[in-house]
Design a binder for this molecule. Sequence first.
Ligand SMILES: [Zn+2]
Ligand SMILES: [Zn+2]
Length: 108
Amino acid sequence: MQDLTHQRCHHHQFREAVARCPECGHFFCRECITEHADRVLCASCLGKKLGPDGARLNRFKWLFQLGHFFLGFMILYILFYYLGQILLAFPSSFHEGTLWQSGWWTGS
Ligand SMILES: [Zn+2]
Ligand SMILES: [Zn+2]
C-alpha cells in the first residue's frame, strides 16, 4: 500500500490525492474520482467504461427528438385547426351581442 499523502492529483497538481484509479493507475483528488459499481474510478476511465452504452443511446436520441418534434407539431396543428373550427362555428348573434339576451340562464 502506497502512501497517498505525498501524491498529487493527476489533474490538480496542488491537490492531495485521495485515491488511485485502478484502471489507469493515476492518483486523483476527491473531485476527480467517482464511485461506479462499487469501484472507484477517475472521470476519464468512467467515461471510457460508459462509452459504448452512451454511444448506443445517442444513436437513437435524434430519432426520439424528431418524433417529439412531429408530435408537438401535430398537436399544435390539431389544436389550431379545432380552434379555427370553434371560432367559425360560433353563431353570428354572438358577435352582435344578442345571444346574451336570449340565453337559457335568463329563464326566458
Ligand atoms: Zn483512470
Ligand atoms: Zn483533481
